[in-house]
Design a protein around this ligand. Structure first.
Ligand SMILES: *Cc1c(COP(=O)(O)O)cnc(C)c1O
Length: 227
């Protein structure tokens, strides 16, 4: 199936889930996750109406950015190393994977130097698994409080990845946990609740997500090592 057809199906599924959540799907942002997808395919997706893309790897994103530029909004959804922050500040509209004050401080500092304010989400580890990415839920609000006070960035919500399991109730529980944390943020810091991927975005929307990050359902399966 074509990207256009895949997008149509994804949008219909988002709309149906939004109805179940008592929401307007207009208020749910779809991010097309383009890791492993070439610039030419991204352009095809933009022609089909994609407005936001998510990238995981800095080098790939910088390479594609030279070709695509700001025709689309760029979201950093992968782990970001402090020493790469400077390069990515001009590219990303939203950095979703902030999980430490040191990373946030660097983003703030580099943003000020570039004369901008960078929007960020704090990534929370809701998987219940050991992970090098994301702050633990019991430390999330404290970290958000610290990050909200840093100049040069704007805390705009939270992001999380559910556990990789077929157990729907475990997935739902992890999304519900993220939503409860997110609801405790001050209003001005809680624009986005980024949760839901190809295998679980409908559950995420039912649990309150307003930003879903979808790759496989739009572009097809990735090579195994890039999952
Ligand atoms: C790859 C990735 C996605 C998209 O995953 P799919 O299962 O292909 O939809 C979403 N979020 C993050 C953080 C990712 O790394």
């Amino acid at each position: 199936m074509s990207i256009t057809e895949n997008l149509k199906i994804v949008r219909e599924r988002i709309a149906d889930a939004a109805v179940r959540a008592g929401k307007d799907s207009e208020n749910i942002t779809l991010i097309a996750v383009t890791k492993t997808v070439d610039a030419s395919v991204i352009k095809e997706a933009i022609s089909a109406g994609v407005t936001d893309i998510g990238e995981n790897y800095v080098q790939d994103a910088l390479h594609k950015f030279t070709d695509i530029g700001h025709d689309v909004k760029w979201h950093m959804i992968g782990h970001l190393q402090t020493n790469k922050v400077k390069q990515v500040i001009p590219v990303f509209d939203l950095i979703q994977s902030v999980d430490s004050t040191s990373l946030a401080n660097e983003i703030g500092k580099r943003s000020i130097a570039a004369g901008r304010t960078t929007r960020v989400l704090v990534e929370i580890n809701i998987s219940g698994e050991e992970s090098k990415n994301g702050v633990e839920p019991d430390k999330a609000l404290e970290l958000c409080g610290q990050i909200a006070g840093i100049h040069g960035l704007e805390l705009s919500g939270m992001m999380g990845i559910a556990p990789f399991t077929d157990d729907v109730s475990a997935i739902r529980k992890s999304f519900a946990l993220l939503r409860r944390l997110w609801e405790k943020l001050p209003e001005e810091n809680s624009r986005w609740l980024s949760m839901g991927m190809t295998s679980d975005f409908e559950i995420a929307i039912e649990e309150g997500s307003n930003m879903v990050r979808i790759g496989t359902a739009i572009f097809g399966a990735r090579p195994a090592r890039n999952r």
